[in-house]
Ligand binder design. Structure first.
Ligand code: Z5A
Length: 215
């Protein structure tokens, strides 16, 4: 079991509410990293390995039996433990950049701020099970209703978490914003209300500046 929490300069995460545009931001970051000659591994949470994707299914499909908040948290971390061991650490060890669509900040925002679980429990799991934190986190910040309207426009049935009420997502958004204010050296907050092209450009510019400062 790990005890130390290492901030890794080649681990980048994207965070935000639904409909914030993380998918195109991920592509913009990959293109930028590749243009600088870096290998970029794109991945997502919950998921990123075959087993973790099965846990994702369990987490996101609606069930007749309500999922306890603690079960939800532990399944998020079960998927993350597998993802870190099978994908993230090996990629970082060979010198690649890893860009993850969500990482542990989502567990703080959704399970601690959203569901009301004890933050200390999330901290302990982060330290003992994950041991890694991103060197850079881009928070795509967007009004909750606007994000939901975008996501609804996709014509997909809402998953179990997407079926929550607006007040849950407001707590999640506030939780992300508080984390960003508390760690300004790690977070870059991107206004995601703009067009996809403008958001992509803001994301690329933030990553490019960050890369320059690493050199
Ligand atoms: N979760 C958790 O609770 N705890 C954890 O620890 C982790 C996750 C890791 C699954 O994540 C759920 O798991 C998520 C958090 C929880 N639940 N929720 N809600 P996910 O990342 O797979 O789910 P998501 O955030 O809901 O994905 P999303 O809605 O697909 O968000 P997105 O990736 O940021 O959006 P997108 O696919 O890029 O865009 C969505 C739509 O908006 C699409 O039709 C786009 O064309 C449109 N779009 C995107 N950008 C724009 C702009 N700029 N203007 C207009 N329209 C746009």
């Amino acid at each position: 079991m790990t005890e130390a929490l290492l901030k890794h300069p080649r681990l980048i995460s994207l965070e935000g509410g639904e409909g914030a545009g993380k998918t195109s931001a991920l592509i913009a970051i990959r293109d930028l990293l590749q243009s600088h000659g870096h290998e970029a591994v794109l991945t997502r949470e919950p998921g990123g390995t075959p087993l973790a994707e099965r846990i994702r299914e369990l987490l996101l499909s609606p069930h007749e039996e309500a999922l306890a908040p603690e079960t939800e948290l532990l399944l998020m971390f079960a998927a993350r433990a597998q993802h870190v061991r099978e994908v993230i650490r090996p990629a970082l060890q060979r010198g690649a950049f890893v860009v993850s669509d969500r990482f542990t900040d989502s567990s703080y925002a959704y399970q601690a701020d959203g569901r009301g679980l004890d933050r200390a429990l999330v901290e302990e799991l982060e330290r003992k099970v994950v041991g890694l934190k991103p060197g850079l986190t881009l928070l795509l910040d967007l009004d909750v209703r606007e994000g939901r309207a975008r996501a609804n426009g996709r014509d997909l049935w809402p998953d179990r978490i997407e079926s929550e009420q607006d007040d849950f997502f407001e707590r999640v958004r506030e939780g992300f914003r508080r984390r960003a204010s508390a760690e300004p050296e790690r977070f870059r907050v991107i206004d995601a209300s703009r067009s996809p092209v403008e958001v992509g450009a803001a994301v690329s510019a933030a990553v490019a500046r960050w890369l320059e400062n690493q050199a």
